[in-house]
Write a protein that binds this ligand. Structure first.
Ligand code: PBG
Length: 337
């Protein structure tokens, strides 16, 4: 310090706690751990080589044998859970999503194969009709075709959840945003003897542009035949906090074991508010578009990929998520020490 400048007399100098890496480590408030993460994985029929998904660099669609290998790698990295998403051939899709109820379809075979090979890996299966419908919606349409019929959709979704449980899913994850689906699924599971099967509810799921790459990955956009699939009559308005919390707490009342917020990064305030409103575990889904956004900027040389990735995940943890679904899970865990 030049001699003519006298030291400020400050009681607190915040920079003292940032001075060295050792101090910064000691004062760090939240940390990520591989055990916080859930790896989403895509599965396709056949025996072929894994298929790339253009807008999701490094994310592949696996045949069942390759999926099992991938799940083993994920488990070996200390990640406790995977969430499976099937991509069906368009020829199997119809307006009712009938293929969802075919007992030996790709998803159920995949669940059974992974469960048999890796019984300790927690297996999560999505409950929604979008991989099976030719219009790409998460449920069945009303008679006039103008909206998604809530109660008729719930009736099918409960059957889908039961088939997933029968195949060996540990948790079923309704991502459809129909009203009453959590309670209905709980009742059907309990009635069929699956009292130990958990429900990870997509409780505050927003109608988001950030699902675009996922819709490419599972083919729901191609099925809909349009560039934009409007789910505004069932997914939440991005402007609404109170409505999101009200809807999420209904899932808690209906018996959800874990409440999820989705997307994660643009909705950190919702994660934090929900965390304060419930004693149930809170999950957050860093969705395909959040992943793609970081990759795209990195590819242009505009962001540092790993630093942006780590910061995005830490921010979700800091907001209050107990667990994070992220396409970065395995990559992140591989660099964890
Ligand atoms: C559909 C479903 C979606 C995602 C998970 N389940 C997309 C949608 O609602 O259209 C999105 C996941 C992602 O973008 O990574 N039931």
């Amino acid at each position: 310090m030049p001699s003519e400048i006298s030291a400020l007399s400050l009681i607190h100098r915040c920079r003292r706690n940032r001075r060295t890496a050792a101090i910064r480590d000691l004062v760090q408030e939240v940390r990520l751990h591989p055990a916080d993460l859930i790896q989403p994985l895509f599965v396709v029929d056949g025996e072929g080589e894994p298929e790339a998904i253009e807008s999701m660099p490094g994310v592949l669609r696996y045949s069942i044998p390759r999926l099992v290998e991938r799940c083993r790698e994920v488990a070996d990295l200390g990640i406790p859970a995977v969430a499976l998403f099937p991509k069906f051939d368009p020829s199997l899709k119809d307006a009712e999503g009938s293929h969802a109820l075919v007992r030996d379809n790709l998803l159920y075979r995949a669940i059974a194969a992974v469960k048999e090979a890796l019984p300790d890996l927690l297996l999560i299966a999505d409950v929604a009709l979008d991989p099976y419908t030719d219009h790409g919606h998460d449920g069945v349409l009303s008679a006039d075709g103008r909206t998604v019929d809530n109660d008729a959709s719930v009736a099918r979704l409960t059957q889908l959840a039961q088939l997933e449980a029968e195949a060996g899913a540990d948790w079923v994850a309704p991502s459809d945003m129909m009203d009453g689906r959590v309670g209905a699924i709980r009742a059907v599971l309990d009635g069929a003897g699956f009292t130990d099967t958990g429900i990870l509810a997509y409780s505050a799921k927003f109608s988001s542009a950030y699902y675009g790459p996922f819709r490419e990955a599972v083919g729901s956009l191609q099925a809909a035949g349009s560039a934009h699939l409007d789910k505004n009559t069932y997914q939440l308005n991005p402007a609404n906090t109170r409505e999101a919390i009200f809807d999420a707490l209904l899932d808690e009342e209906e018996g959800a074991d874990v409440l999820m917020v989705k997307p994660a990064g643009p909705y950190l305030d919702i994660i934090k508010t929900l965390r304060e409103c419930t004693d149930r575990p809170v999950a957050a889904y860093q969705v395909s578009g959040e992943f793609a956004q970081i990759h795209a900027a990195a590819r242009l040389g505009w962001l540092d990929l790993w630093r942006a990735r780590d910061e995005s995940l830490l921010a979700i943890k800091r907001a209050g998520a107990d667990m994070i679904l992220t396409y970065f899970a395995a990559d992140w865990a591989a660099t964890y020490q």
